[in-house]
Design a protein around this ligand. Structure first.
Ligand SMILES: [Mn+2]
Length: 298
């Protein structure tokens, strides 16, 4: 089977590339999908995927940058340390603005015994692992997350945050997707700046006058090892922080010995990562057959 045909979802690097397989408090409140009451500098953390050592490295970097809020752009928990990751983020209180990813949605379904049978085997096993590690408070937290959120960011104005697109948590939009793809996927989105996640690769581009930013992935990056995030306000800054890969691997082996495919997770997300060229090649193929993609569930 060609790599591009491998059954895999983007939230888990089980196959194509895997080849198998100080934050200041704010007092803003969410109204609908809009965060009101403050204009902020914001850190965006996307696709953490239960990689607590990577998250901790980013939180140190974010603390030094001094932001008002942290937006979590989905796919937060599914990975080796799901409960620990959610607890770490929940400790930060209302400085954190949560957005739902497809993996978070699947985790909620699995927690209630309804794991998505359409998920590829490797993804289903990590989703079931994640669900088995969560407590009810984690499930309730994830079950209440919005598909997108708008925040007023200093120097940028209203910024819309979503995991994949503002209408779906699984659609694939890439740095080199045609402008028509952007126009289609964001037809109902008015904000001049949109921040995505989902494809785990950092970019910052215009599409018909609107700016689209992907901070890359904290826990499962492509292109460059380490943890990726973005700082917004008054400009957009794509950030990267290295962390101790050997120490992180030890943490996973002691804290998550039963994680399905742990050795592979460590080898392909922590010690090394697939190239952006490999990832783009696979995702481009997926994007072209999105309509027939069983992973797509609006
Ligand atoms: Mn995703």
């Amino acid at each position: 089977m060609a790599a591009a045909d491998a059954p895999i979802t983007i939230c888990e690097r089980a196959s194509p590339l895997a080849l198998h397989a100080s934050v200041r408090p704010t007092y803003a409140r969410i109204v609908g999908h809009r965060r009101e009451g403050a204009v902020m500098r914001v850190a965006v953390l996307a696709d953490i995927h239960g990689n607590l050592p990577a998250l901790d490295a980013v939180l140190g970097d974010v603390d030094a940058a001094g932001v008002d809020a942290i937006v979590l752009n989905g796919d937060i928990a599914t990975g080796p340390m799901p409960a620990e990751t959610l607890d770490r983020l929940a400790e930060l209180g209302d400085r954190v603005i949560w957005v739902r990813g497809n993996a978070d949605r699947e985790l909620v379904a699995a927690y209630s015994g309804g794991v998505n049978a359409k998920l590829p085997d490797a993804v289903r096993s990590t989703t079931e692992y994640g669900a088995s590690r969560l407590q009810n408070r984690h499930r309730n937290l994830l079950a209440g997350l919005p598909l997108s959120v708008t925040v007023d960011v200093a120097g940028l104005g209203p910024v819309r945050f979503c995991h994949a697109t503002t209408r779906s948590d699984t659609e694939i939009v890439l740095v080199d997707s045609p402008v028509s793809r952007y126009l289609d996927c964001f037809a109902d989105t008015a904000e001049p700046t949109v921040v995505l996640g989902h494809t785990h690769m950092p970019f910052d581009r215009l599409a018909d006058r609107r700016r689209f930013v992907n901070p890359g992935s904290v826990g499962m990056p492509y292109g460059r090892a380490g943890a990726h995030w973005a700082l917004l306000g008054p400009t957009v800054s794509l950030r990267h922080v290295d962390y101790d890969a050997a120490h992180a691997a030890e943490t996973f082996r002691s804290s998550a010995p039963d994680y399905p495919g742990l050795a592979q997770f460590i080898e392909q997300n922590v010690l090394t990562v697939p190239s952006d060229a490999e990832a783009l090649s696979v995702f481009t193929d997926w994007a072209h057959r999105d309509d027939e993609d069983p992973r797509r569930e609006e």
